[in-house]
Structures are given as structure tokens and as C-alpha cells.
Design a protein around this ligand. Structure first.
Ligand code: SF4
Length: 348
């Protein structure tokens, strides 16, 4: 069991982040916030796929004005993502937002930040100091490495907020470069007790982006660092939530949804294992129970893995043995494998 860095717990709506609470999974809407109907629909989809905190861009006054309508129809804690204009942060707070993300790289005016902090304090709304390598001003300590620059800028903002007697703080120091991100989080984890929001920013399409995110976020979580995670992918936000839970499940930190064990197939396979695994995977998207399902191509590792799963198939020529909780419960023909497996999954 890995030990976790101790952080100050923070309430974001109904969710606790940090202080030993389960690592919360976040995502962000990809709709035009001003279009409340599509934004609400996407937030509902996110809730269904397991997202626990949702953030949305608030790029203008109209988007801030959409907050009360959106809030009324959702139950996830809602965070406003604010860049450049502190007045949008004030408007979002006024509109009842549960938390803010401010980027110190593009919002550094102390008088303005002080106004936002005052309003956030009155409403007990937390603020994430969300540093991104891409928006770090080129003039800020250019002689230092990127990780150090991000940490220094984020820490300046932390100290300033603390000087205003505000401690509802969460911090992130994200970069696209995984090693820079890991280095930055390791540094800031030692400098501040606030919860850390982890992510690899602009990670790309799911195929490579999920791997980059898993490596970066995984290294940090394994070292006990991180209280909430967001996987940033150029895809539907539920893909981000799926990847986030896979990371947490792999490290034994959370349990949610089914886990598919499937063999890669090889010259010994006697049915189309890859296609069958894809079909099972598609079905498992709808399963929220934390179960393990195995799809194995032959008798080499098949029975062993299938036995170990809650439900499994070990295939033979044109047929497959169905396993449930370690025991063979029958043999069915290739055409009936998917259907039988689904029936057994549903009966668990
Ligand atoms: Fe090949 Fe059988 Fe192993 Fe699948 S379980 S990879 S078919 S040897």
C-alpha cells in the first residue's frame, strides 16, 4: 500500500478533495457554455460515466450568466475555468459557482486577485491555482528550468492568497512534457500542504494521450502525490473519465466499472479473440459494477485467467468454456459466446 502525501481537505460542492479522501475524478465540458442545453446534457453524460467534479470554460459574460441555469439542472460540483479577466471570476461567484480555476500565468494583478479572493471567501468557494507551462509568461524567471518556473509562479500566488487569509486552495502545475510535469509536482508537493490536482495538459488523442497521462499521473500517484485527477484528451470527456478510472484502478486506488482481461491473440487462437474482446469491451462500457471479465483465446493461459475473473471465456476450436467465479459452468459454440457472457455478467 503506497502512503499518500498529507494534504488539507477541501470541499468542492459535495465532494471532498485531499485529506485522505478518495482521489476524485474530474473532467471538463467541451460544449459552448452559453448553449446551456448542450452543456447540461454533457454534464449529465459525465455524471453517468463516473465524473465527480466538472469544470467548464467561462470565457465571457454570457457564459457566466449561464451558470445559474446550468447549476439548477445538474448535481455535480461545477467549477468555472477563468483566464485573463477577473471580472468573470466575480460574475461566476455571484452566479453560484462551486469553485474557480484561475491561471496565474494570465491573471496576476494583485488588486484584482484580492477582489476575487474576497468574494470566494465570502461564498466559501475554493480556488485552484492552475499553472500551465503553455501560459507561463516568457519574462518570468527565464533563466530557470520550466518546472521550477511553474512552481515559483504558482507558489507566489499561494503565498499571496494566504496573506489575504484565504486557504481554500488547490494547486496544479501541468505541462505537456511528462517529465517536466512530474518534476514540478514533486517540487510543489514539498512546498505546500494544499491538495494537488494532477494532469498532463494537452495530452492529445486518446491512443497516445491516455498513455502519456497514465505515465505522468501514475508516477506521481505511486509516490503518494495527488488528490484529484483530470486526463486531458482530444475526445469526448467520458473518454477522459474512463482513462482516469483505469489509472486509479491499475494502482489499486479506486474501484469503478468492469476490468477486461483479454489475451493479445496469437497463432494458437482458435477463434477471433480480438473481435470478441472488442465486443465485450463495448458492452462493459455500460457496466458500473467493479467486476473482472476475461476473454482468452486458447488453453495455454485461458483457463487460469478465466478462473481468476468473475466471469471468463477460455476458447477452443469453434467453442469456449464459460467460467464464473472460478468454475466452468458450461461450454457454448462460438456464435453463442458473447450472448452467454453478457447473461452471466448481468447475473453477477
Ligand atoms: Fe495465444 Fe492462447 Fe495466449 Fe491467447 S491465450 S495469446 S491465443 S497462447
Amino acid at each position: 500500500m503506497m502512503s499518500r502525501r498529507t494534504s488539507i481537505p477541501l470541499r468542492i460542492g459535495k465532494v471532498t478533495v485531499g485529506g485522505g479522501a478518495p482521489i476524485a475524478v474530474q473532467s471538463m465540458t467541451k460544449t459552448d457554455t452559453r448553449n446551456t442545453k448542450t452543456t447540461i446534457n454533457q454534464i449529465k453524460e459525465l455524471e453517468e460515466c463516473g465524473c465527480e467534479i466538472v469544470r467548464m470554460a467561462v470565457p465571457d459574460k454570457e457564459a457566466a450568466e449561464a451558470i445559474p441555469t446550468i447549476k439548477r439542472q445538474i448535481s455535480l460540483p461545477l467549477i468555472a475555468d477563468i483566464h485573463f479577466d477577473y471580472r468573470l471570476a466575480l460574475a461566476a461567484l455571484q452566479a453560484g459557482i462551486d469553485g474557480l480555476r484561475l491561471n496565474p500565468g494570465n491573471m496576476g494583478d494583485r488588486k484584482q486577485i484580492a477582489q476575487v479572493v474576497k468574494a470566494a471567501k465570502e461564498r466559501e468557494a475554493p480556488i485552484r491555482i492552475g499553472m500551465n507551462a503553455g501560459s507561463l509568461p516568457a519574462t518570468f524567471k527565464p533563466q530557470f528550468p520550466m518546472a521550477e518556473r511553474m512552481v515559483d509562479m504558482a507558489m507566489e500566488q499561494v503565498k499571496f492568497m494566504e496573506s489575504l487569509d484565504f486557504n481554500l486552495i488547490k494547486v496544479s502545475v501541468k505541462a505537456f512534457d511528462v517529465l517536466t510535469t512530474v518534476q514540478a509536482y514533486k517540487m510543489i508537493a514539498d512546498k505546500t500542504p494544499y491538495p494537488l490536482h494532477l494532469g498532463i495538459t494537452e495530452a492529445g488523442l486518446p491512443r497516445a494521450g491516455a498513455i502519456r497521462s497514465a505515465i505522468g499521473i501514475g508516477i506521481l500517484l505511486y509516490q503518494g502525490i495527488g488528490d484529484t485527477i483530470r486526463v486531458s484528451l482530444s475526445a469526448h470527456p467520458c473518454e477522459e473519465v474512463f482513462a482516469a478510472y483505469e489509472i486509479l484502478k491499475t494502482l489499486g486506488l479506486r474501484q469503478r466499472g468492469a476490468t477486461l482481461v483479454s489475451c493479445p491473440s496469437c497463432g494458437r487462437a482458435e477463434i477471433d479473440v480480438v473481435r470478441l474482446a472488442q465486443e465485450v469491451d463495448k458492452y462493459l462500457e455500460k457496466v458500473a459494477k467493479p467486476i473482472k471479465v476475461a476473454v482468452m483465446g486458447c488453453v495455454v493461459n485461458g483457463p487460469g485467467e478465466a478462473k481468476d475473473a468473475d466471469v471468463g471465456i477460455a476458447c477452443g476450436k469453434g467453442k469456449g468454456a464459460i467460467f464464473k467465479k472460478g468454475k466452468v459452468i458450461g461450454t457454448v459454440t462460438e456464435e453463442k459466446l458473447l450472448e452467454t457472457l453478457i447473461t452471466e455478467i448481468n447475473s453477477l
